[in-house]
Design a protein around this ligand. Structure first.
Ligand code: CP3
Length: 341
């Protein structure tokens, strides 16, 4: 132990640091003028994510400005499909494109290009060398289900219908896609740890679109397998699971996946979560990003409700999903004052 306390890491390990740590999903992003300036100079999102100098700088921007307890690596969940051999581009105003989409192409035709992840490990090394001692460095990956929805459709898709249909039509082929993502994800998270991250989060942005049986098969089982494989290599590195939209299925996810902490989206009632989730399980969340945009009394009331519901358990304050680009900087400052009061 270094003797320097990291409140976020302490909470993720189930301890009580005496203060409530806070970071915000997508805290390195477009609501920051310094991010927009760098992006205008550097070009596209993906160019920046693969440029260790730029990505490290962007990761550090919100730490310098706000002193958050956690720094999240600036990257994206779609680097895994890219490393598995799909082409990845971001079309302005339309979002990501992955080619060929697996809905009409065989996974076996892809050739993995794992070297595509190397610049990201360089970014991690740069950030780890520059972070303040009390800041916890978070790595991440998308969960296999969410990543598969993009690999199958080749882009974002309404209600993830292409992937859900594919999974019913050909569960064996879909399983092969999930397995390919899972294997690469364990290596990727492990590479991030070796380069310097101290905890990791699995983002399952579309966990909410599955029926209970499909949720068990495509979210719970693969997540448990990733956690087990990751823990075999890094037993002391906490894993945060964030199954967005899982609702009533959160309790099963918490019990069965082996994650060390669970992220809650803003649709979850904090009082329900405090009651229904295992008492020692650290929770993270779950302010509505729109309450942060609203500011004032609405923000204060919503934040205090969450803080009081989680008074008696390890809690990391966060949003229920990513911070929105039109969020006023002074509202973020107000939130920090509330949480740290
Ligand atoms: C489809 C998808 C993507 N990315 C993601 C999804 C799944 C759906 C969701 O959860 O919203 C998820 C995502 N994106 C990012 C993370 C990492 C976590 C974090 O930063 O807290 C995660 C989990 C970083 C990011 N990903 C992106 C940013 C840039 C900054 C910002 O949007 O403010 C960050 C921090 C950019 C991105 N990345 C993607 C899009 C469509 C965009 C916006 C287009 C663009 O900016 O050109 C692909």
């Amino acid at each position: 132990m270094s003797g320097i306390s990291k409140p976020l890491l302490t909470v993720l390990n189930g301890g009580n640091p005496g203060v409530r740590p806070i970071w915000l999903m997508r805290q390195a992003g477009r609501y920051l003028p310094e991010y927009r300036a760098l992006r205008a100079a550097k070009g596209g999102f993906l160019d920046m994510a693969y440029d260790p100098e730029a990505a490290a700088e962007i990761t550090l921007q919100p730490i310098r400005r706000f002193g958050f307890d956690g720094a999240i690596l600036f990257s994206d969940i779609l680097v895994i499909p890219h490393a598995l051999g799909q082409d990845l581009t971001f079309v302005a105003g339309e979002g990501p494109r992955l080619t060929p989409p697996l809905v009409d192409s065989d996974l076996r035709a892809l050739e993995a290009v794992s070297g595509r992840l190397q610049p990201i490990y360089r970014t991690v090394e740069k950030v780890a060398a520059a972070l303040p001692a009390q800041t916890t460095f978070l790595g991440f990956a998308g969960s296999p289900w969410t990543v598969a929805t993009y690999m199958v459709a080749g882009q974002g898709s309404r209600e993830q219908a292409e992937a859900r249909r594919y999974a019913y039509r050909d569960p064996q082929a879909f399983q092969a896609i999930i397995d390919a993502i899972s294997g690469m994800t364990v290596d990727y998270l492990s590479g991030q740890v070796r380069a310097g991250v101290e905890a990791v989060q699995l983002f399952d942005s579309w966990a909410g679109s599955l029926s209970p049986e499909q949720f068990e098969r495509w979210v719970v089982v693969p997540t448990a397998a990733i956690v087990a494989a990751f823990k075999a290599r890094h037993p002391n590195v906490p894993v945060i699971g964030f199954p967005k939209g899982a609702g009533g299925k959160l309790a099963a996810y918490a019990r069965e996946t082996g994650v060390d902490a669970i992220g809650l989206d803003e649709t979850v009632d904090p009082l329900w979560a405090a009651r229904e989730l295992p008492a020692t399980l650290p929770v993270q969340g779950n302010l509505d990003p729109l309450a942060l945009i609203a500011g004032g009394n609405a923000l204060e009331k919503a934040a205090r409700h969450i803080i009081s519901a989680f008074e008696d358990r390890p809690h990391v304050f966060n949003l229920g999903h990513g911070i929105l680009p039109d969020t006023p900087i002074n509202h973020v400052e107000a939130l920090l004052r509330i949480v740290r009061a």
